[in-house]
Design a protein around this ligand. Structure first.
Ligand code: CP
Ligand code: NVA
Length: 320
C-alpha cells in the first residue's frame, strides 16, 4: 500500500476530525491506519520513509503526565516525517489554571497544524477539540489511550494475522482497557475482560464495544474470574493496577488485584502459542512477573515499537 492509496481510502471512509476515542474510527478507517502502519514499518526498516510532509508542519505535544513511549515515538515519528513537535508540560502551560483550555486551543490553532495531548481529564481533551481549528489527538486521558490500542492491534496482526481471535484483558478496567476493548470489538475479535468487582470498564464503553461487536461479528464479555477468562486465549493483555492519577488508592488496589497477576501459572491456561501484551511501563512482580514479561511469548517490545509506526500512520492520514 502506498501513502496516496491509503489517504484516498481514508478520505472516502468518513475520517474523524479529531482522535479522542477509538469510537472516532469505523472498521474501515481503523483498518486503513493499521495497513499503512505495517507498510510504514517495512519502509522505515529498510531505510525509507513512505510519507514526508511537503510543507513545514508543527504539532503541539501537551503532556500533563510523564511518558517514555508516547513522547519518544511522537517526537521521533514527527522527525522522520519532516515535522516538528513542540513539547509542553503542565508546568509550562498549566491548562485550565494559567489559561482557560479554550483559549489555549484558539492560540495553538494559529501556530500549529495539530495538537496531541496527554491529560488527566478526558473532558479537557473534549474542550480542546471543541475550540480547536486543527486536529486533536488523545495521547492518554483518564478515559482512553486510543493511540496505544492501534499499536496493540498492529502487534496482534503481526503475530497472528487478521482472523478473529480470543483477546483477554486481565486486571484494571482502565483507560488502556477501554481503548483496547473498543478497537478489538470494532475489528471483530472475541474480547473477554476480567477485573475485580468494582474495577470493571465504564458501562458506556462496554455498551459501545458491544454495539461494535454486534456489527463486526465479535463479542465482548465481562468476567471477574481471571482463570476462566484466560482459558484458551490467543492474547493475554494486562496493565498496571494503579494508573497515573490513582496513586492514593494504591494499597487497596494491590490487595484486590493480587489474584489477577499475569504469571506462568495463569498463562498455562491460555493457548500454548498465546502472546502476552502490556502497554508498559510494567510494575514487575505486581500485575506481571519477570518470567512472563521476559518470555518468548511476550510481544511487549514489538508492541512498544509499533507505537511509532501506528502514530506516524495516523498523523500522516489526519494531517497529510
Ligand atoms: N504505553 C505508554 O503510553 O507509555 P508511556 O506512558 O511511557 O508513554
Ligand atoms: N493505565 C496506565 C497506562 C500508562 C501508559 C496509566 O494511565 O497510568
Amino acid at each position: 500500500m502506498t501513502y496516496e492509496q491509503a489517504k484516498a481510502s481514508w478520505q472516502a471512509s468518513h475520517p474523524p476530525a479529531h482522535y479522542l476515542s477509538v469510537a472516532d474510527l469505523n472498521p474501515r478507517t481503523a483498518q486503513i491506519v493499521l495497513e499503512l502502519a505495517h507498510a510504514m514499518k517495512r519502509a522505515t526498516h529498510s531505510g525509507q520513509e513512505l510519507f514526508r510532509f511537503a510543507c513545514p508542519v508543527a504539532l503541539a505535544l501537551i503532556f500533563e503526565k510523564p511518558s517514555l513511549r508516547t513522547r519518544v515515538t511522537l517526537e521521533v515519528g514527527l522527525y522522520q516525517m519532516g515535522a516538528h513537535g513542540v513539547y509542553l508540560t503542565q508546568s509550562d502551560i498549566q491548562m485550565g489554571k494559567r489559561e482557560a483550555v479554550m483559549d489555549i486551543a484558539r492560540n495553538l490553532g494559529r501556530w500549529v497544524q495539530g495538537v496531541i495531548a496527554r491529560v488527566f481529564l478526558h473532558t479537557a481533551l473534549e474542550e480542546l477539540a471543541r475550540f480547536s481549528d486543527v486536529p486533536v489527538i488523545n495521547a492518554l486521558s483518564d478515559r482512553e489511550h486510543p493511540c496505544q490500542a492501534l499499536a496493540d492491534l498492529m502487534t496482534i496482526q503481526e503475530r497472528k494475522g487478521t482472523q478473529p481471535l480470543t483477546l483477554v484483558w486481565v486486571g484494571d478496567g482502565n483507560n488502556v482497557c477501554h481503548s483496547f476493548t473498543l478497537l478489538a470489538a470494532l475489528l471483530g475479535h472475541r474480547v473477554r475482560v476480567a477485573t475485580p468487582e468494582g474495577y470493571a470498564p465504564h458501562e458506556a464503553i462496554l455498551n459501545q464495544a458491544q454495539a461494535f461487536a454486534a456489527q463486526s461479528g465479535g463479542s465482548v464479555e465481562l468476567l471477574h474470574d481471571p482463570r476462566a477468562a484466560v482459558a484458551d486465549a490467543d492474547v493475554v493483555y494486562t496493565d498496571v493496577w494503579v494508573s497515573m492519577g490513582f496513586e492514593t488508592e494504591r494499597e487497596a488496589r494491590l490487595r484486590k488485584f493480587l489474584p489477577y497477576q499475569v504469571n506462568e501459572e495463569l498463562l498455562r491456561l491460555a493457548k500454548p502459542d498465546a502472546i502476552v501484551l502490556h502497554c508498559l511501563p510494567a510494575r514487575r512482580g505486581e500485575e506481571i512477573t519477570d518470567a512472563v514479561l521476559d518470555d518468548a511469548q511476550s510481544a511487549v517490545w514489538d508492541q512498544a515499537e509499533n507505537r511509532l509506526h501506528t502514530q506516524k500512520a495516523l498523523i500522516a492520514l489526519m494531517l497529510g
